[in-house]
Design a protein around this ligand. Structure first.
Ligand code: FAD
Length: 460
């Protein structure tokens, strides 16, 4: 008989695990508390939102609108969001993970259209590739070393901070790359906290490729995986919050929904790990484990969406990186991105003849709730957009700045080790961007699903 598995949460991690476990022969039930799949990788049709429903949705995902121009009330009253689709905040998908997704959902992948960009940089009075071919040649020995190094070398570098690596290897362009890429890869500005091993592992996993964004918003990916699951016999139950995981004698046996018990062979939690003990009895876990899980920190950012009336057509489809020096944030300098893939009409994100630009700058979860710091970060975003489009203010229809303090479920720093997928409770697993898997964000969530497929026992 086929084994039954329950996945709590239809985020991109839960859905990917669902697809892979069906392939392994399991009967899969996914319970999702929201009315849509996608979790934090959600895209919101703004025409159907009211100011209250929008604020509540953001709030359920630890996000709020820190600033807007004009005020949010006016944007809604004047229906300025009409025909826009917005994610919770800036989203971009890193490199090689797209190929992995293609291998997982096979033919269904044809329903997703991906736009890809290399990374650009605003130079003095023109823009160019962040890493040019000449730069690549000068860094070739180091790039080859990275591509050829195995997991053993990565492990040795795990406890070496990027600050130390810059001292050793940071000359010329290499210094610039080491100051920017690790920040963007980890969503952490403080180079003392970023692990060199982890950055190299992620770079390798990303196949040193550019960045990607799907047509119609990041939700398209989850919707497509969900369609694959349902077509192949899995069940996704929306509007179905799990209120308890049934655990007896340190063994997970099922879940409770609407006061009814459902029993399964294994339970996979896709929820933020810090919330695990709101639905699981902590007395069933070792004390040190409970303390460790409760103490884990996420990452944050201030995002921006700008709606522009006109745009230099050469910018369409390009993604820029920036680093803003001496901002006085943790790590002092802050890195971010400004993306014009979302400004292409084909992505279907903006109203006709309008251009949506998405941007973000990294901060800590604490800074994402500190109005003074957010003010500085907003200025950094505007200043860097101004460097690319000097007259952007005169082209601006509206701008909103979503601040989020749970961008990644758990920050990947030297001292904040992500927990294992297998928990100390038998038959209970955790997946998503909170657990130990290569990369961060969406990459980590998808990679964690591939790992669980390998470690979970065979179905029959
Ligand atoms: C503003 C913002 C910008 C981001 N930008 C990027 C980016 O550019 N690139 C990138 O790679 N990543 C980015 N991320 C991170 C990325 O969105 C997440 O890493 C990814 O979506 C996490 O997927 P997940 O499956 O691990 O978790 P989630 O998406 O959090 O999914 C968990 C699911 O569990 C559900 N749930 C919770 N409790 C229960 C319950 N009791 N019962 C049933 N269901 C429950 C939730 O509703 C949710 O759907 C960003 C995140 C934010 C917030």
């Amino acid at each position: 008989m086929k084994k039954k598995i329950c996945i709590i949460g239809a985020g991109i991690g839960g859905l990917t695990a669902g697809a892979l476990l069906i392939q392994k022969g399991y009967l899969v039930d996914i319970f999702e508390k929201e009315t849509t799949v996608g979790g934090r990788a959600v895209s919101i049709g703004m025409s159907s939102q009211t100011i209250d429903s929008y604020k509540q949705l953001l709030n359920r995902f630890n996000t709020f609108i820190a600033f807007s121009e004009p005020p949010l009330e006016e944007i809604f009253a004047k229906k300025m969001f009409e025909e826009y689709t917005l994610d919770l905040g800036f989203h971009m998908i890193g490199g090689g993970i797209i190929q992995k997704l293609k291998n997982i959902i096979m033919d269904y992948y044809q329903n997703i259209t991906i736009y890809e960009s290399r990374l650009f940089e605003q130079k003095n009075n023109h823009f160019g590739y962040f890493v040019t071919t000449i730069d690549k040649l000068s860094m070739l020995p180091n790039i080859l070393r990275l591509l050829l190094s195995g997991e053993k070398t990565m492990k040795e570098l795990d406890l070496i901070s990027i600050t130390e690596t810059i001292k050793k290897y940071g000359k010329g362009k290499m210094k610039n790359v080491l100051e920017v890429n690790p920040r963007l890869i980890s969503t952490i500005n403080n180079l003392d906290l970023i692990s060199t091993g982890e950055v190299f592992r992620t770079q390798k996993d990303m196949k040193l490729r550019g960045v990607n964004y799907p047509k119609d918003g990041v939700l398209k990916i989850s919707q497509t995986i969900a369609a694959y699951i349902e077509k192949n016999g899995g069940k996704i139950h929306l509007n179905s919050p799990v209120t308890k995981i049934i655990i007896n004698n340190k063994r997970a046996e099922g879940v409770i929904l609407n006061d009814k018990k459902y029993f399964y062979d294994s339970i996979v939690s896709n929820i933020l790990v810090q919330k695990l003990f709101t639905i699981a009895d902590e007395h069933q876990f070792p004390d040190e484990y409970v303390t460790m899980i409760k103490g884990l920190e996420g990452t944050g950012s201030l995002c921006a969406y700008y709606s522009l009336k006109k745009i230099d057509q050469r910018l369409l489809g390009k993604t820029f990186i920036f680093i803003e020096r001496d901002l006085g944030v943790d790590g002092n300098d802050a890195a971010g991105m400004i993306d014009f893939i979302s400004a292409k009409a084909e992505t279907g994100l903006s109203a006709p003849s309008q251009y949506l630009v998405q941007a973000y700058v990294i901060c800590t979860p604490k800074e994402a709730r500190d109005k003074n710091i957010l003010n500085k970060l907003k200025k950094a975003l505007d200043k860097n957009l101004e460097r690319i489009i000097p007259d952007f203010h005169s082209q601006l229809q509206w701008a909103i700045y979503p601040a989020t303090w749970h961008l990644d479920g758990v920050a990947k720093t030297i001292d904040n080790i992500k927990p294992d997928i297998q928990t100390p409770v038998e038959n209970l697993y955790m997946i998503g961007d909170c657990v130990k898997a290569p990369g961060i964000g969406i990459n980590c969530a998808i990679n964690s699903a591939q790992i669980i497929q390998k470690i979970i026992p065979i179905s029959d």
